[in-house]
Design a protein around this ligand. Sequence first.
Ligand SMILES: [Zn+2]
Length: 253
Amino acid sequence: MGALTPGEAIVTHLINRRRVLRGALLAAVACPLCRTAAADEWGYHGAHAPKNWAKLSPDFKMCSTGTMQAPIDLKAPQLGAANSVTRDYKTMPLKLINNGHTIQVNAAPGSTCTVDGERFELVQFHFHHPSEHLLAGKAKQLEVHFVHANAAKQLTVLGVFMEPGARALAALEPIWAAAPASAGPEREVAGVTIAPEQLFPPSARHYRYQGSLTTPPCSEGVTWVVRAAVRQQRPAGPEAEPPGAAGHRLTAI
Ligand SMILES: [Zn+2]
């Protein structure tokens, strides 16, 4: 075969993390994009564990037969062109939901990202604990997924790693403060706004590849852009565990 393009080189590192971390996904959470498809029939352990997802439903076949599955172990940062991936996020009312898999913030209309000139609208963002992608073989404390869709329902997800650090990330505090401890309907937090832009690290270095949903039905064709820089989110210590982790455990124990 010929020389690999940078994108292909990254894809050659593709690892089915579900295999790599088999048995280590107790605290993992599900991408809420998949709530419409048998949301209650898959999980992370026992008969519903990732290795069995494809057996749970014909709709989940791609989970075992897919060739471009996410997440992966990110190894070779791709320095994108200066304006290849940009964001235009607005400050928005804080609308939170604990959907039983994760803490999710539903976005108000009007915030977008643009990838190679194509615009996608921010739909929601949510948290994974620990991170789903690996950074040079290691998981981080948190990974935030900013989920965008275009008119054709194609998805672009921007990912940001977070870990405990010396500096608190003020933009997260309203989310932790209001995160519902148990699953329930969306609720708007009166008088509180959120600025998602502030959750991004200043460096634009990122990993970019074509992957999939990370949960059933594991559909492919998802563009992933994951920031290489790790954002510090609050002082390390017992208090550093975000309330969202409690929500994650709903699916773990
Ligand atoms: Zn996700």
